[in-house]
Design a protein around this ligand. Structure first.
Ligand SMILES: Cc1cc2nc3c(=O)[nH]c(=O)nc-3n(C[C@H](O)[C@H](O)[C@H](O)COP(=O)(O)O)c2cc1C
Length: 189
């Protein structure tokens, strides 16, 4: 099985999820292919003080969103899965409607058509009806809507731990076998 993972970072809040995902994918020996939208760069700069070059350096290969001729735009380029972390409502809408207007949304469209796992780490609150309908549409197409909602039952000691728990679960859902999400062992008594 290929170890290629396509990663998208959009302009929703939570750029740290994309960053930790790339770092963890590297630790696990995955080959990462990254597309960051302009709003994704804006947000990563605001939230993490990282510029495009710093984000791109976290991946094996990085592409400009306008580079619609890149390998990840074609289903013939074999990939294991794609994760968009975080995923804005705008990108969700594009994916829900098969609107491949940039390399990120095209790669997501390709991932769905090739029936490969597509995880959208959607982030917004509260949701309006368009958001909810778009999430339903993506789910009906086989995509996985994976909002980064923290689980407090593992008693995370820090925000970093909370983020890492979510990232590990996302990687496991994307089919990365050596990901190690924390398993709930049940309450005693
Ligand atoms: C600081 C900041 C935070 C944002 N947070 C969100 C968010 O959590 N969810 C969302 O859907 N859009 C959010 N947006 C708006 C998106 O960035 C905007 O809709 C953008 O057009 C998304 O484009 P993209 O999907 O191509 O990255 C935020 C924008 C800024 C500047």
């Amino acid at each position: 099985m290929t170890r290629r993972l396509v990663v998208g970072i959009t302009g929703a809040s939570g750029a740290v999820y994309g960053v930790r995902l790339l770092q963890r994918a590297r630790e696990l020996g995955l080959e990462t292919h990254l597309v960051v939208t302009p709003a994704g760069v804006l947000n990563a700069h605001h939230e993490l003080d990282l510029d495009r070059a710093a984000l791109d350096a976290l991946a094996d290969r990085a592409y400009a969103p306008a580079d619609i001729g890149a390998c990840v735009a074609s289903g013939s380029f074999d990939t294991a899965a794609m994760v968009v972390a975080p995923c804005s409502m705008k990108t969700l809408a594009a994916v829900a409607h098969g609107f491949g207007d940039n390399l990120l949304t095209r790669a997501a469209d390709v991932t769905l058509k090739e029936r490969r796992p597509l995880l959208l780490m959607v982030r917004e609150t509260p949701f309006n009806l368009a958001h909810l309908r778009n999430m339903t549409a993506v789910t009906e197409m086989g995509g996985i809507v994976f909002p980064p909602l923290p689980a407090f039952y593992n008693k995370p000691a820090s925000i970093a731990e909370l983020v890492d728990d979510t990232v590990e679960r996302a990687l496991a859902l994307a089919g990365v076998r050596d990901a190690q999400p924390k398993a709930w062992s049940g309450l005693r008594g």
